[in-house]
Write a protein that binds this ligand. Structure first.
Ligand SMILES: Nc1ncnc2c1ncn2[C@@H]1O[C@H](COP(=O)(O)OP(=O)(O)OP(=O)(O)O)[C@@H](O)[C@H]1O
Ligand SMILES: CC(C)(CO)[C@@H](O)C(=O)NCCC(=O)O
Ligand SMILES: [K+]
Length: 279
């Protein structure tokens, strides 16, 4: 089995993948911590032959995690952001400072589409752009839905946006504090994705496929009118592309990859941008 780990600032996601069949056998999520208990927080390491890690947690968390894993698993790959990988050149002045989860998303998105906008709706909402030809432009970081809510001290902290609500309801004016906060936050996240996507496509003169991942991808997806695809395993797919271990991965087949989404005509993007700038 391969253990893939996506260690975030708050939540750590893992999945077990069968080396022979390339199938995902199990998955889970736990709070990020310094001391993992194999068998409880993460799967029993007896069945694990190789580990691939993307981590944006404190360096000490990563160090302790790697030390633990190396005691029991032969192969431990730790992904790092780099100036260049898999045909993509990093847009950051200091590539090592780009969150490696973003870099994994960019690499996966580029493998799938040959140029895209990748959005991660997690604790933060991040947007990254990579042009056809492989130039990553850099991107944007805004607080995620939960962080935005926590920053308002209105007693609404624990009333989460129902991920199954209809976008139409979530975009309507709220008629009580909880609704006003939830709908306001939702509107700001969806508008930001919309606007940033359109602005960058306009500047660069290219309509790019739009890909979404992260814990809030599904609910944000419902509010977006731009065609896009949701790819829950996009960060893991970056790990697969960097460290291919199964036959399918070596052949370039990334697990759970969606069909590349249709791209709106650039003129349509520009028209909607011009319209929103009138308001
Ligand atoms: N059990 C949960 N705990 C925290 N957030 C959750 C949970 N389930 C769903 N979410 C939603 O998922 C979002 C976090 O998404 P995700 O797990 O992709 O975050 P992340 O960016 O990977 O986390 P990290 O900050 O740990 O990197 C939150 O904004 C929240 O709305
Ligand atoms: C922005 C987050 C927290 C999103 O998980 C992560 O990618 C990160 O810690 N990045 C480092 C800062 C940067 O990407 O510029
Ligand atoms: K993330």
């Amino acid at each position: 089995m391969i253990l893939d780990l996506d260690i975030g600032n708050t939540l750590s996601k893992w999945r077990l993948k069968d080396v022979a069949s390339s199938e995902i056998r199990s998955r889970g999520a736990v709070w990020t911590r310094e001391e993992w208990r194999p068998g409880a927080d993460i799967p029993d390491l007896d069945v694990v032959e190789a580990v691939r890690i993307s981590s944006v947690a404190r360096e000490s968390v990563l160090r302790d995690t790697v030390t633990l894993l190396q005691r029991q698993v032969g192969v431990v790959h730790v992904a790092r952001s780099a100036p260049e990988a898999l045909g993509v050149s990093c847009g950051y002045d200091e590539p090592g400072r780009l969150g490696v989860d973003r870099w994994m998303g960019v690499l996966a998105g580029y493998q799938l589409t040959g140029g895209c906008c990748s959005v991660d709706c997690g604790s933060a909402i991040t947007m990254d752009f990579v042009l056809p030809g492989g130039r990553h432009l850099g991107g944007y970081i805004i607080p995620g839905l939960r962080l935005m809510k926590e920053s308002l001290k209105l007693g609404t902290r624990n009333v989460a946006i129902d991920p199954d609500s209809e976008a139409d309801e979530l975009l309507a004016p709220g008629c009580n504090t909880v609704e006003a906060v939830n709908h306001g936050i939702y509107m700001s996240a969806v508008s930001a994705v919309n606007r940033i996507y359109s602005e960058v496509c306009d500047r660069e003169g290219v309509a790019l496929p739009l890909l979404l991942t992260g814990g809030d991808a599904r609910v944000v997806s419902r509010g977006l009118r731009i065609p896009h695809a949701v790819w829950p395993d996009m960060v893991y797919a970056g790990l697969e592309a960097c460290y291919p271990l199964t036959a399918a991965e070596r052949a370039g087949r990334l697990a759970g990859a969606p069909l590349p989404p249709p791209v709106p005509p650039l003129e349509k993007i520009r028209a909607s941008l011009a319209f929103s700038m009138l308001l």
